[in-house]
Ligand binder design. Structure first.
Ligand code: ARG
Length: 465
């Protein structure tokens, strides 16, 4: 029997029960639901709808339920459709008749919105921290030997050499935007829906501002209908995770390439690779493939949420219960991906000679030749054409590019561009890929990293990030 059976003459059909129960997955939100209930009880005491003694009794029962969940001894009752009903039922068993007052002035609609908000609010900070730690690991890996470099690619064709530190930092910068986005999501959503009731508020003298403060929200809702209908914060977090997942999938793809025999730029540690059940020689970069593959479900979860929300009439509709599985799935999975990928980068052995040999490909000095001609006063298009002809000649004849350049009157004096590392050293403009430009980037990074660290700490301390 459910807690709301009063108006019904027959029990729920088994098929409807199976369709609608959410306890198997929303039980994960028990801590947030308990936090919301504790605030609500204190609000009821403040409004004199509960005596102080009654309030204490219910709070003690909520603590007991907390114990049962954390010890794994909580037993679901036959009528517990979701975590909210399960907790209320158990509180009443423990506290006795006073438990029947817990739900005064509250609906599951504002209750579930509060619970999910608290879950999302915590998740934004946890994921932001995981993403920033991954970014820091990338920067550390780059600093292990700051002189290492590799070819940079466009169209996956060798384009220009770049410092390894610079290349890895490119991923780190993308991650800083994810961190910022997650903290912004947290800031925007930090408004309490508790007190909105089913949709229209209550006739009882409850103060939504009071419970909002207790729960660390910046303020309480201004519109009760919006408060119970809004799931923007779920969609936003799912977008933030999807975007982060897309960034991580690019790192995964790159690791797959780098660790292939064809590239041979890097090897992952034995603790971050897997073997083959059939082929004894295999060492597979599954961690990178999973980082790449998980992005599919992150995008899928975001799509699910947006489609569920689309066209819903105000205010609460049971469709909204469909927010939980995609939300919990994305939050759980991204944490696993971030942690494993950070470990994988930590285990990475970079094959300097292989990458350097590829990066010293003489053809990549072609742009440097053209830029030297520009310095001599030649228009860039003309310089491009001239060097392009030398490249074409080398490719067609099969003769080394350096040799053809040495025989070309206009270019013969520019052979210094072919010295190992020369073209990399000349990339010196602000934010460029060479060693001269690097200290500026590193200083900028340190400021951004420290700022994001502070914002995460402030968010953890309950301040507005
Ligand atoms: N488990 C439900 C959910 O997640 C709780 C809200 C049910 N509210 C209602 N009016 N039936 O949305």
């Amino acid at each position: 029997m459910t807690l709301w059976h009063g108006r019904f003459s027959s029990a729920m059909a088994a098929s409807l029960w199976q369709l609608s129960e959410s306890f198997p997955f929303d039980r994960l939100l028990y801590q947030q639901d308990l936090a919301g209930s504790r605030a609500h009880v204190r609000g009821l005491v403040e409004a004199s709808l509960l005596s102080a003694a009654e309030g204490e009794q219910i709070l003690a029962a909520l603590d007991a339920v907390d114990e049962e969940f954390s010890r794994g001894t909580f037993e679901r009752g036959a009528g517990d459709e979701d975590v909210h009903m399960a907790i209320e039922r158990r509180v009443t068993e423990i506290a006795g008749p006073v438990g029947a007052k817990l739900h005064t002035g509250r609906s599951r609609n504002d209750q579930v919105a509060t619970t999910v908000k608290l879950f999302v609010r915590d998740a934004t900070v946890d994921i932001a921290e995981g993403a920033l730690r991954l970014a820091e690991a990338l920067m550390e890996l780059g600093q292990r030997d700051p002189s290492r470099y590799l070819p940079g690619y466009t169209h996956l064709q060798r384009a220009q050499p770049v410092l390894l530190a610079h290349h890895l930092a490119a991923h780190a910068w993308a991650l800083t935007r994810d961190v910022d986005r997650l903290l912004e999501t947290r800031r925007r959503m930090n408004v309490s829906p508790l007190g909105a009731g089913a949709l229209a508020g209550t006739s009882l003298p409850l103060d939504p501002g009071y419970t909002a403060r207790l729960l660390g929200f910046d303020r309480s809702f201004a519109n009760s209908v919006d408060a119970v209908s809004d799931r923007d914060y779920v969609a936003e977090l799912l977008f933030d995770i999807a975007m982060l997942g897309v960034h991580v999938s690019r790192m995964g793809e790159e690791l797959v390439l780098w660790t292939s025999s064809e590239f041979g730029f890097a090897t992952l540690g034995d603790d971050f690779t897997t073997g083959s059940s059939m082929l004894p020689h295999k060492k597979n970069s599954d961690v990178a493939e999973l980082a790449r593959g998980k992005s599919g479900r992150f995008i899928g979860n975001l799509t699910t949420m947006l489609v569920v929300l689309k066209g819903l009439p105000l205010a609460y509709n049971r469709d909204l219960q469909e927010d939980k599985e995609p939300l919990i799935d994305s939050v759980t999975q991204i944490a696993l991906v971030l942690e494993a990928l950070r470990g994988a980068y930590g285990s990475l052995e970079f094959h300097d000679e292989v990458a350097r040999a590829a990066a010293d490909d003489p053809y990549m000095a072609a742009i440097d030749l053209a830029e030297r001609l520009v310095e001599q006063g030649r228009p860039f298009r003309e310089a491009h054409e001239l060097v392009g002809r030398a490249v074409g000649e080398s490719v067609r004849s099969g003769r080394p590019f350096r040799e053809v350049v040495a025989e070309t009157t206009e270019l013969a004096g520019l052979l210094a561009v072919f010295e190992p590392g020369a073209t990399l050293r000349s990339r010196s403009s602000r934010g460029a890929a060479g060693p001269v430009a690097w200290p500026y980037q590193q200083e900028t990074w340190q400021v951004v990293d420290a700022t994001l660290r502070d914002r995460i700490a402030a968010a953890r301390a309950g301040e507005s990030a």
